[in-house]
Design a protein around this ligand. Structure first.
Ligand SMILES: [Fe+2]
Length: 146
């Protein structure tokens, strides 16, 4: 059901945004400046998607979750409580990107099935953003190996 998928997407996007911001705050190492900015771009973009997702849920007639407790139950992305090294931060966000892309694909299929073209359109734009970050995360990791 589309609203259920969107509730999961809301919680997962929130988790993803918090993690990218957490990494933005705590990243260290020779690539500090670049990664600090890169993580900021990711969390600001993810954060900008939160309100529209919640409002699509409302437009579809359901109430939206909105607490850490509910988000923790619904999210597909685990929070990070340690401070990983920069490379591990990139690897973790890459894995989380795969998770969020799979979830977005599921939302897109549900939106099409329920004839919610406006939601499908929004989800397609989110996919485009996350595919871009996945490519950039992979590219950072390749440089780090050289
Ligand atoms: Fe900042």
């Amino acid at each position: 059901m589309l609203t259920d998928d969107l509730k999961t997407l809301l919680a997962t996007t929130y988790s993803y945004s918090i993690k990218a911001q957490y990494f933005h705050w705590n990243v260290e190492g020779p690539d500090f400046g670049q990664l600090h900015k890169f993580f900021q771009k990711i969390y600001e973009d993810a954060s900008s998607a939160i309100d529209p997702i919640a409002e699509y849920i409302r437009a579809l007639g359901e109430y939206t979750p909105g607490s850490f407790e509910r988000f923790a139950q619904l999210t597909q992305i685990q929070g990070q409580v340690k401070v990983p090294r920069a490379r591990l931060m990139l690897e973790e966000l890459l894995v989380d990107s795969d998770t969020i892309i799979a979830l977005l694909n599921q939302c897109f299929a549900s939106a099409e099935q329920e004839n919610a073209q406006d939601v499908a359109n929004f989800i397609a734009e989110r996919l485009s953003q996350h595919n871009k970050y996945r490519w950039q995360l992979r590219s950072y990791l390749k440089d780090a190996r050289a």
